[in-house]
Design a binder for this molecule. Sequence first.
Ligand SMILES: [Zn+2]
Length: 766
Amino acid sequence: MSAHQELIERFQRLKHHAAASSEAPVIANFTSLLTQVGFYANQIASVVELEGCPPRHRAPRHPIPEALQHAIGIRSHELYLHQAQVYDLALEGKDVVIATPTASGKSLAFLLPVMARLLADEGATALLLYPTKALAHDQAARLEEFDARLGGVLRPAVYDGDTPTAHRAAIKQHSRILVTNPHGLHLYLGWHQQWARLLGGLVAIVLDEAHVYTGILGAQMAGLWRRLERILSHHRAHPLLLAASASIANPREHLAALTGRAVTLVDNGAGRGPRTLVLWDATRHPTLTPTMQSAYLARHLMRHHHQVVVFSNTRAQAEQIALAGSERGHRMLPYRAGYAPATRRRIEEELREGRLQGVSATSALELGVDVGGLDCAILNGYPGSISSLWQRLGRAGRSMQPSLGVVVLGHDPVARSLVASSDLLLRRAPEAGVIPAEHDEVRARHLVLALAELPCPRDALVRDPRQAALVERLLAEGRLIEEEGVVRSAVRFPHLRTPFVERPPSWRLVLARGSSSDVEHLDDAQALREAHRGAILLHLGTPYRVTRIDEERREVHARPESSHHLTIPSVVRTLSRGRLMGSSTRGPLLVEYREGTLTERVASYQELDPATGQTVRHGVRGRSLRSPVATLALVVADPSALGLAEELVPLGLRGLAHAIDRTLPVLAIGDRGDLGSLTVAGAGTPSLVLFHRTRFHPSSLLARVERELPAIIELAASMIAECGCEDGCAFCVLDHGPEDGRPSRAVTLATARGLIAAMPDGPPGG
Ligand SMILES: [Zn+2]
C-alpha cells in the first residue's frame, strides 16, 4: 500500500461517522468539479478528505450582564465553548492564549470579558494590540457598535500614527479601550505620564496574532512587553493578558517567552464543516503555468457559484491571477499590501457581503482581517511553512458548510518534493514561534529606552550579572549616563530615533494619467524586482509599463500597458568579501567574520506572453540594490578532509544551508528568514556564507551561530537523517533556489557528518 493510500485510510477511519452525514456527497462533488475544468490533464495528484466537527456550545459559569448579552446580540448559552472558557478564566484572573483559526469568534472571546470588566468598574481600562493598523481599525469598528448599544460608556478609540492631532488629547482623557499596534505603543511609552489614567486603570491587555512576533521581531516584542510591564507596575496596574495565536506548535511556550507569563491554553470550539484538500500537480499540463492554472481553477469554481480566494507568494502573481481569473459576471480582485487602506477595506466589505466572488491575495490576507468564510482556497505554490499553509487553507469554510482547498504545485524542486510525498505535507506539525534568547543589540536598545522611560538606581539595575555587563557597556559607549547613583538614557527621548522596526524608505509608484488614484509604495526589494525600467507591473489588476526610475525622489513612473505580457526578472545575488573582522579555524573549516555588501542585481528580464508561454523579448537592465551585511563564512579549506568526492562538497553545503535555516528556530537562535545564505563554489574553496542585514539590526545572531556551530550542524544532520522523504524535500535540504543541481539527502548528510567528524570541538559534549 502506498503511503498516500495509507494516509487516506487513516483519515477515513477518523471520519467514519461523518461519512454517514448528508455532507458526504457534496464533498465528492468538489473533486469531480475539478476534473471538469477545461484544461484537466490528470493534475489531481492526491485528495484528502477531512471530517468536520460540530461546534460546541456552553454558557460561562460566571454570568454575563444582561446589557452585554443584548449588546453583542448573543445569549450566553449560545457562546462557543472557547468563548465561555476564556470568559470564565478571565473573570477568575487567569492569563489566557487562544489558538484558533480566523473567523471562529476569537475577537468576541476577548471582548466579552474585557467589556464585562469595564462595565463592572467605571475606572477600568483596556489595551488592545494588533500587529497592523488595518486590524486595529477593524476591531475598533466592531467595538464602537457594541459600545453604542451599551450607551457609550466604553469609548473605544484607535490611537496610531494616523490619529488626527485634534482627537489625541480627548482620547488620552476619556477613552477606556485603546486600540493600537506595537509600533505606536513603543513610541507612546516614552510619554507614559500623559497616559497615566489609561495605564493606571488597565485591567486587560489583548495581544492578538501573537504568532507574528517571532524571530528578531519576536525579540523586539519581548523587549517592548518588558518595558510595558515595568511602566504598568510604576502606575500600579496589573492587567490580565488575553492573547491569540494562529496554529503554531507551541502557543503556550511562545507566549511565555514573549511576556514571561504562564498562560492557560484554550482550544477552538467553533467547529467546522468537512474539507476536501487536493494537491494539484500543475506540471502535468504541457503549457499552462501553475499561476495560470490557479487563475483558471478559480474562474471555474466561480462559474459554479463558489466564492474563492487564491493565495500567491508574490504580489505580481496575485495581480496576474486576478486579471486572468476574472470574466464578465465573475469578478476577482487582487488584495495585497501596498494598496491604500480604503481600497482594502472596500474589497473586504464586498467579500463579506458576497458582492465579490473572488479575491487573489498575498500573505496580506493571512492575518485575521474579517472577510467572512469563503468556499474554496487555492494556494498558488507552497507558502514556505506549514503554519501558513493551514492559515491560508483555513480561509475556506463558512459555518458548517463543506469547503475545498487546492494546493497548486509547479516545477521547482520544493514543489516536486511535495508532490512526491503529499502525506508528509499534511502530516507535519506547524512550526513553532521563536523568541531568540540572547539578542544583545535588541536587549541593549530596549534597556536604553526603558531607562529613558523610568531611570533606575544603579544598585537595582546591576543585580543580574548579565544585565550588569550590558549596563557597563552602554555606560562606556555613552548611550547611558549615571547621575548620583541613578542610571538614565543619555538622550531624553531615544524613542524618536529608535523605531520599533526600522523600515527602509519606500518607493512611490507614479501612474500616468487615466489611472487609479490609489497611491502605491514599494520597498527596495520589491522595487528592484518589479519596477526596473521596461518591467510590466500590475496595479489593481491593470497592467502598467515602467518608463522611468527617479532615484533621487524614489519614484517609479509607469504608463498604462496594452499587452497582457509579464516580465520576469533574473536576479543575481553576490556578496562582496568585505572587511575581515575575525576568524578561527575548526579542523578543515575556516570560519570568517566579515562586514560585507550584498548586491542584488536584475541582470536581465524576460517578457512573456502568458497565453502561449512564449518569450516575446529579453531585456537587460543593470539596476541593483546594495545592503550592508554581516557575514559568517564557513570556508572548507580542505574539501578532501570531508571524506566525499570533492565536486559534491558545494552541493552538500547548499543542502546544509537550507537545513541550518531550519535548525535556528529549534535552538531558539532566530526564526527562519532572520539569516540569509549563499554558497560559493569554484576557486578551490567551497564555502557557505550566512549573512544578516545589518542596516538596522547590528548582529549578535551570527556570534551565537558561530558559538553553537557544532550543535547546529549536529542538529541539521539529525533532522536530515530523520526526514521521512525519499531524496530530499523542502523540510530538509531543498530550497526554492533556481540553481542547477539539487542537493540530495545523502550528499548533504555526508557533508554535515564530514564536518562534524573533522571539527576538533566535535559534537556538543563530545
Ligand atoms: Zn526531507
